[in-house]
Ligand binder design. Structure first.
Ligand SMILES: Cc1cc2nc3c(=O)[nH]c(=O)nc-3n(C[C@H](O)[C@H](O)[C@H](O)COP(=O)(O)O)c2cc1C
Length: 277
């Protein structure tokens, strides 16, 4: 749907004509005319909603979003709390065997949806396995097929073969190397023509992971599931992922069965300081 002038609403009583909205409109869709912002070039709008977010008096509504439905940015996480979250986040590989409560999951998904995408393209497709019975069915099928491929010597001859062979062997011993016995998975894909096709899903999952862990959930990036989807591409449409999309990455999550107690201090980060001459 193209953006039209009707998508921009100004509360002209409230507007103080400060011009911050037009000044922060990166593509130059908003112009100041007679001391008031107008959506003069709607075709340029990139739907970033900076105009709504920056207005000091809440006079701008855009694309169905209103300042009344927005959260005032008053309580920012402290650097200390964010530092603890980033340092304390660990990969969870032990999970309670129960579904995450739907309202908690809904909150997580709604927050992760705010992750930035290149050029604000927002073309991600987020496939969520929110029912542990569904993940159990997928798990069963993947291991059955992996075992058959291993037995028939049909695994592709690349370095991944060792991981797949180990996963098939460990599964027979009751160890779920691919899905880590997690109850849930999220598989993020992006439109094949998205400007930042590879980056957007990874950024989404990074935000998803931090929010999940702040909500008391465990997460683990799942490169093995990503590889499985390349090995068994017929699974991709069955996950509801559109043909026009390419799988970006996968993450497992659920209530963790154990808690980590402390950070592991890694010391000063090794960085290269650029000097220009
Ligand atoms: C891109 C990526 C792929 C990963 N794939 C897997 C995976 O398939 N299975 C797994 O158990 N852990 C996986 N991990 C988790 C890493 O092994 C883990 O981040 C690393 O061991 C450090 O542990 P930490 O996350 O607790 O800090 C992956 C991590 C990343 C960033």
């Amino acid at each position: 749907m193209p953006v039209t002038q009707a998508d921009f609403t100004l509360d002209s009583q409230a507007c103080i004509g400060c011009g911050l909205c037009a000044g922060d409109c990166l593509p130059g869709a908003l112009h100041m005319q007679d001391g008031r912002p107008v959506l003069a070039a709607p075709e340029r709008c990139m739907r970033c909603l900076h105009c709504l977010a920056v207005c000091p008096v809440g006079a701008v509504s855009m694309l169905g979003h209103s300042p009344q439905a927005s959260q005032p940015l008053t309580g920012w996480p402290t650097p200390d709390s964010l530092e603890q979250l980033i340092k304390g986040r660990r990969s969870a590989r032990q999970y309670r065997q129960e579904n995450v409560a739907p309202p908690l999951l809904r909150r997580l998904l709604d927050v992760a949806d705010h992750a930035p995408t290149g050029v604000c393209a927002r073309q991600l497709h987020v496939a969520v396995i929110d029912d542990m019975a569904v993940l159990a069915a997928l798990r069963g099928e993947v291991y059955t097929r992996l075992e058959a491929l291993t037995t028939q010597g049909q695994l592709p001859d690349n370095p991944r073969i060792h991981y797949f062979a180990a996963a098939a062997r460990l599964w027979k011993e009751g160890n779920d190397m691919i899905f880590r016995s997690a109850p849930h998975a999220v598989i993020v894909s992006n439109a094949k023509d998205a400007p930042c096709k590879e980056q957007d899903p990874l950024i989404y999952l990074s935000y998803f992971e931090l929010m999940a862990q702040s909500l008391g959930l465990g997460t683990v990036w799942c490169g093995l599931l990503y590889w499985v989807l390349q090995l068994m591409p017929d699974l991709v449409p069955r996950l509801g992922i559109p043909d026009s999309h390419e799988v970006g990455y996968a993450m497992l999550f659920g209530y963790p069965a154990l808690q980590y107690q402390r950070t592991v201090e890694r010391g000063p980060a090794d960085i290269h300081r650029v000097v220009w001459s």
